[in-house]
Write a protein that binds this ligand. Structure first.
Ligand SMILES: C[S@@+](CC[C@H](N)C(=O)[O-])C[C@H]1O[C@@H](n2cnc3c(N)ncnc32)[C@H](O)[C@@H]1O
Length: 256
């Protein structure tokens, strides 16, 4: 057996749509319900930390002009390929959400499935909020969800196993409450002919309190910050309970 460590969202990007398919219904459900009115008026948007491009493609199919930003080159390739397959225009930009710039201002920024928890340092949240504000038209909306401290305490220490033909994936992690940081190691076992290769990828997330999020958003010029629990959008997922995930919607002030 060979063994290697690869950067985050390389192999996870390759297998993302298969392994995390369970998250599609709640993400779609939350987006449809929370953004319904905004989506009828928006002409352009950016999906920040777009992953394999599912949300970007969905928004492009609704007729919006769509930008999609992600740090992982593999995720960007996947998003471009998905847009091409679905014959929609999505401009995919490989960039860090702490520094991204768009060619024009947009009406809406989405950032789903705890992507915002991924930036590595506490002050990074303010950087992302400022970049989002710069990328939005006055009155534009920033929509995102985050894992909460309770999810890091209760869900991240669990071990999770997925098996497919030619693939076994074990994810196991933990949370350091003092540092406010969680991590998961994805151990991949991939069949290559008669041999199995082992690769591991480590994903880290930072935990923010609602106060830290509101403060970063307000300082960047966002108003009317609304926070909802994600449970009503999940249906019957035994692993998700009230307090595990929060969904935020904030509006950029008209004076910006
Ligand atoms: C859990 S995935 C979510 C992907 C997608 N939003 C979804 O809903 O499926 C997290 C994504 O954040 C991206 N990411 C992590 N750190 C980033 C950063 N600093 N800037 C931009 N993207 C980042 C990863 O490459 C990955 O695609």
């Amino acid at each position: 057996m060979t063994k290697s460590a690869v950067p985050p969202y390389t192999l996870l990007a390759e297998h993302y749509d298969d392994v995390f398919v369970f998250a599609n219904p709640w993400r779609e459900n939350a987006r449809e319900r929370i953004l319904a009115r905004i989506l009828t008026r928006a002409a352009s948007c950016c999906d920040l930390a777009c992953g394999t491009g599912s949300t970007a493609v969905e928004l492009a199919k609704r007729g919006l002009k769509v930008y999609a930003v992600d740090l992982s080159p593999t995720m960007c390739d996947k998003a471009r390929a998905k847009a091409a397959r679905e014959t929609v225009d999505v401009t995919v930009i490989e960039a860090d959400m702490r520094r991204f710039r768009l060619p024009e201002k947009v009406d809406l920024i989405t950032c789903e499935f705890d992507a915002l928890n991924h930036v590595p340092r506490k002050p990074d949240l303010s950087l992302v909020a400022r970049c989002a504000a710069r990328a939005l038209k006055p009155g534009g909306h920033f929509y995102f969800d985050v894992n909460t401290r309770l999810a890091f305490e209760e869900v991240w220490p669990m071990t999770w196993f997925v098996e497919r033909p030619g693939l076994a994936l074990v994810m196991h992690g933990d949370f350091d409450p003092r540092a406010g940081r969680a991590w998961t190691t994805a151990e991949f076992f991939i069949q290559n002919g008669g041999l199995w290769e082992r690769h591991s990828e480590r994903v880290e997330e930072v935990c923010w309190s609602p106060a830290e999020i509101s403060q970063a958003l307000s300082a960047a010029g966002f108003e009317g910050i609304k926070c909802r629990d994600a449970v009503p959008f999940f249906g019957s997922d035994a692993l998700v309970r009230r307090g595990h995930r929060s969904i935020y919607l904030a509006r950029l002030g008209l004076g910006r």
